[in-house]
Design a protein around this ligand. Sequence first.
Ligand SMILES: Nc1nc2c(ncn2[C@@H]2O[C@H](COP(=O)(O)OP(=O)(O)OP(=O)(O)O)[C@@H](O)[C@H]2O)c(=O)[nH]1
Ligand SMILES: [Mg+2]
Length: 326
Amino acid sequence: VPANLTPQYHAAEQRFREARSTEEKIEALEEMLAVMPKHKGTDKLKADLRRRMAKLQEEEGRAGKGRRGVDPYHIKREGAGQVALYGLPNAGKSSLLSALTHAVSPVADYPFTTHQPVVGMMPFEDVQIQLVDLPPLMDEGSRDWLPRVLRRADALALVLDATEDAATQASLLEEGLREMGLSLRGRGEPPEETGRDRVKAFLICLTKVDLAPDLKGPLEDLAPWPAPAVLVSALDTPSLEDFRRASFASLELIRVYTKAPHEKPVKRNPLILPRGATVEDAARGIHKDFAQNLKFARIWGEGFFEGQMVGRDQVLHDGAVVEFHA
Ligand SMILES: Nc1nc2c(ncn2[C@@H]2O[C@H](COP(=O)(O)OP(=O)(O)OP(=O)(O)O)[C@@H](O)[C@H]2O)c(=O)[nH]1
Ligand SMILES: [Mg+2]
């Protein structure tokens, strides 16, 4: 029986491989076990993961209640995904975090204001995205831990000050990331590793547009970049909605809504799945037995007639409503 591991499993496995601390390794393993399809084909894998888990837990115990294994800069992922804000000093990162979330990150009109990560939850439609405000490029104090935080984020938001040269800022950031072993990929490009580099999804955010005399120039300069630039101002609420949308897009996720037979298709409590997820993946997101016993599903949404019958391999799109039949 083939294991048929899901995209979520592979993502968790990647986090396991990159984990530095025992705590992180345990966390990634827990997720691998949780999202792993459970059937005959994965019995051996499950036993193997359990064994590794036991060993790690023992290690953590030896390290004195896990004190040594804990990374104080480990930011526990919450919500649909984690987007890290990265930019030059004074670009406007903390102002964005404060405008988009309930978190407060000190803002000042001088550079190098932020020294520690500040985390906030940003609502977008019916999902929550975790935003992480960070010290800027060239900040000496964060040299040791900043690369780890950036590596673990699901996507990076490159925050550029619209009153300064956009292309230069973007290149400096890309260079800085390269020095940390990070490179950027455009949307839809596969997350393959290029040598030792970790490849990150990203978006470009041109902020302080309320102060910028000209936006045509910067936009032309940024056109060759493989991610669309969003234009925002921390002072302009409608523009912030564009940032929320672009952040969600950068995570390459879909929202799938489920309903019981005879219920109206209502969009609430979405299942969050990686792009490319199928009916079977959605069923597994609810309960493993659901996926195993699934006979067919009915689907509502773009490209389908209402309640169209589909099989377990049907790829789902953002906003689809699904009804499972066992
Ligand atoms: N007019 C205007 N001013 C902004 C905007 N965003 C940030 N600022 C100002 O720009 C300055 C820097 O903002 P911060 O949010 O502290 O910038 P930062 O990128 O967090 O800076 P570091 O933490 O030093 O890297 C502050 O004086 C902000 O008030 C904006 O959209 N419009
Ligand atoms: Mg700041």
